[in-house]
Design a protein around this ligand. Structure first.
Ligand code: ADP
Ligand code: ZN
Length: 730
């Protein structure tokens, strides 16, 4: 009887229905997870076997070939892929494809040509004939015998061979006799920023009592699986908990995945894993060339590396037995993939844990309130680290009301209080960080007298100001003209305003002319390694003041910094998004945590037009619980996550009428089919209402199970579907 295989086909079609049944030719040892070559229509393409022996009647095309002799996806990965397909309403083929190195999935080749600029080295492996020759031993020189013997233990490079007293020359001679195979691989280099300067001394330090309890809980579940939120303020020792839990997992023969939000900005965390686990670490991130990525992935598949550190997609590394999955800084929006499959790495990590029996640890000082809510209601176990390791207090923080500054005639970006604090810090030989919230691409209309932000009258969320001079509500689509006078106080100084790093830099230079000052924003760190170089200037004390955006809030561990000044604490707060307050609280907490890490102590200053907002107040008071309580109250009121689920649907077209008509029609169909589990909001213009010459429109579904509505009224291929979006401002 012909065997059959279900295959997720990579090329050819869009949409979810992309698995097809093929016949397995006699003698082909196909298994789930195999990457195969198949005919599809008139073309030859690649796919992955997802199941065998599916019932099928009729004629079937046979699989042409196995691309690789071994399955490239493991059983638990296939299970995660089908979970993703269901959860995010994407194709199984999309999910499966996201799990393979891009170059491999695209070309379906087992070996890759070297990427440009990549150094490669020879790799030698024993062939079966070589094993026989080793037994017979006849006609081989001493060096050749030693070389053969060394290769019997596994594939080696020329350098490895030399260390084992063999040689590449001898190996090549053996290759000519058909006893050894020669191939090449990229020279693996761990970039400098991932190497630690100092000794890894903490390795032997006694754990704090908080760390001990957290570790006991995590390690206790390594055999069975479980999901945890490790909630601890910055420098409370979370990373050390990850490292020690990882050691325990490895000791049990289990693999470890550590996700970091943006690898270049979390170099120190990565470096600590490299320092502790050496060559067992595989680094997987987007800055790698296709060849490097393939090689790192291959090291995991071969079992050479069993600690995978990387961004989002490192979750899909082919570990044989994943036992521990850590997601550091679980609140970061970069864990959400912005293109199909639009998965959230945190939720996918939890699914992986469940499907593979692994422990999942989400770490954060400022977890998303959805995660925190899950931890307080029992879906996750909550572990807390309440104090900084060295018992350093969190910096006392002052809120400066910018409206008062304006009344006093100060039109600069630095308040009097911040200027004075900056001067004093520099005079004492200490360091300061001046932080700017990066602004969104649109903005709000704000009264510079009373701080009032003009809201949509029906939705109470701020109107977004668009460059063509119109106010748009991104929830209901309402449009309005910007007012001439503030609706709250009647003042005339109402407008949208923004501050750039450049301007802050100039004013700070004028305030402390003697200090060495540097600026760190996206422009300044575009060059590779620039981030590390600027950081180094602060670390060694060559610079005293750094002005920057989000980048200075992450991974900066500088004992010399005793002042953090936030120039515009409320810019993100004003964005009309359901996560605006949360992002504001997270970013402020993160950047304030950079102050007072050394003996000099520290303080913080938050400049804002909204001094009474709960996100600002809670950040200044270092009070996560107060923030979460207030935020969850608002989320409940509008049925936002975790009290409701969101689906963001977007579509675009060159002509406004086309896209409007399409959106109206689909919205009407959805509304007609909607039950109690979903509410349809919009259509409204997308936040980026026009992109690359196309008009963009969105619909939002909200409810207990809004994704089910899509099963009843499926979107056409012109729509993108984002289940559980992290922002509605895409
Ligand atoms: P977090 O990840 O919460 O920011 P870390 O794990 O980086 O915290 O710890 C903060 C600092 O304290 C680091 O410099 C780390 O090396 C050190 N540290 C962590 N745990 C201990 C410990 N048990 N004993 C001494 N130092 C520790
Ligand atoms: Zn509205």
């Amino acid at each position: 009887m012909t065997r059959t295989a279900e295959i997720a086909v990579f090329a050819g079609l869009r949409g979810p229905a992309r698995t097809f049944t093929y016949a397995v030719p006699d003698g082909m040892d196909a298994a789930p997870g195999h990457l195969v070559r198949i005919g599809f229509g008139a073309r030859s393409t690649a796919g992955v076997v997802t199941a065998l022996d599916v019932p099928y009647e009729g004629a079937l095309r046979p699989i042409d070939a196995l691309v690789h002799p071994l399955p490239l996806l493991r059983a638990h990965q296939l299970a995660v892929a089908s979970w993703m397909a269901r959860e995010y309403r994407c194709g199984l083929a999309d999910a499966v494809r996201a799990m393979l190195p891009p170059a491999l999935a695209a070309r379906a080749r087992s070996a890759l040509p070297p990427a440009r600029g990549e150094r490669r080295e020879a790799l030698f492996a024993l062939l079966p004939a070589g094993r026989d020759a080793l037994a017979a031993g006849a006609g081989l020189g001493v060096r050749q015998l030693v070389t053969l013997r060394a290769l019997a233990a596994g594939a080696l490079t020329g350098a490895d061979l030399a260390a084992a007293r063999g040689s590449a020359v001898a190996a090549r001679a053996l290759a000519r006799r058909g006893l050894v195979a020669e191939s090449s691989r990229a020279v693996r280099r761990v970039p400098v920023e991932f190497r630690l300067g100092e000794e890894d001394a903490v390795r032997h330090a006694a754990p704090t009592s908080g760390q001990r309890d957290a570790l006991a809980a995590i390690v206790g579940r390594l055999a069975s699986g479980g999901a945890f939120l490790l909630h601890g303020i910055t420098a409370s020792g979370k990373t050390e908990v990850y490292l020690r839990a990882a050691s325990e997992a490895l000791a049990l023969g289990l693999g470890v995945v550590v996700l970091v939000p943006e690898i270049a900005l979390t170099a120190q965390v990565v470096a600590r894993f490299v320092a502790r686990f050496g060559d067992r670490v595989a680094l997987l991130h987007s800055a790698l060339s296709a060849g490097e990525r393939f090689d790192e992935w291959r090291r995991v598949l071969d079992g050479v590396a069993d600690v995978v550190v990387g961004s989002r997609s490192a979750l899909f590394a082919p570990l044989a037995r994943p036992g521990l999955v850590v997601v550091d800084e679980e609140q970061e929006p970069s864990y959400k993939q912005g293109s199909t499959p639009r998965y959230h790495a945190v939720d996918t990590a939890i699914a992986l844990g469940r499907l593979a029996g692994a422990v999942v640890v989400l770490g954060s000082a400022t977890p998303r309130v959805t995660t925190y809510h899950a931890a307080t209601t029992g879906a996750l176990r909550l572990l807390r680290l309440r104090e900084r390791v060295n018992e350093l207090p969190l910096p006392p923080t002052t809120i400066v009301d910018l409206r008062v500054e304006l009344h006093a005639g100060n039109r600069g970006t630095l308040s009097r209080a911040l200027r004075v604090a900056l001067e004093a810090t520099v005079a004492k030989g200490e360091q300061a960080i001046l932080y700017l919230n990066r602004r969104g691409f649109a903005t709000v209309v704000l009264c510079r007298d009373c701080g009032h932000v003009v809201p949509c009258p029906s939705c109470e969320i701020p109107f977004a100001y668009h460059l063509e001079g119109v106010l748009v509500c991104h929830r209901c689509g309402r449009r309005d003209d910007p007012p001439d006078r503030c609706p709250a106080c009647g003042g005339a100084r109402i407008r949208h305003l923004g501050v750039g790093t450049q301007r802050v830099e100039d004013e700070a230079r004028a305030a402390v002319p003697g200090a060495s000052l540097i600026r760190m924003d996206r422009d300044a760190v575009r060059r590779k390694g620039a981030h590390a170089a600027l950081y180094e200037r602060m670390r060694t004390g060559r610079a005293q003041v750094i002005v920057g955006t989000q980048m200075v809030a992450k991974g900066f561990d500088l004992p010399g910094v005793s002042l953090v000044g936030v120039v515009n604490a409320d810019t993100i707060l004003n964005l009309p998004d359901f996560t605006s307050a949360e992002r504001t609280f997270q970013l402020l907490t993160q950047v304030l945590g950079r102050s007072g890490r050394g003996s000099a102590g520290g303080r913080g200053i938050l400049q804002t037009y909204l001094p009474d907002h709960y996100a600002i107040r809670a950040a200044a008071a270092h009070d996560y619980e107060a923030f979460a309580a207030a935020e969850l109250l608002g989320r409940r009121r509008f049925a936002y996550p975790p009290f409701g689920r969101l689906v963001l649907l977007q579509t675009q077209a060159k002509r406004a009428e086309t896209v409007d008509r399409r959106a109206e029609a689909y919205a009407a169909a959805l509304r007609a089919a909607a039950g109690a589990d979903a509410q349809v909001l919009g259509p409204a213009p997308a936040f980026a209402a026009k992109r690359a010459g196309s008009f963009r429109v969105q619909l939002v579904l909200r409810g207990s199970r809004p994704e089910r509505l899509l099963d009843r009224v499926p979107p056409s291929a012109e729509w993108t579907v984002d289940v559980d979006p992290v922002t509605l401002l895409g």
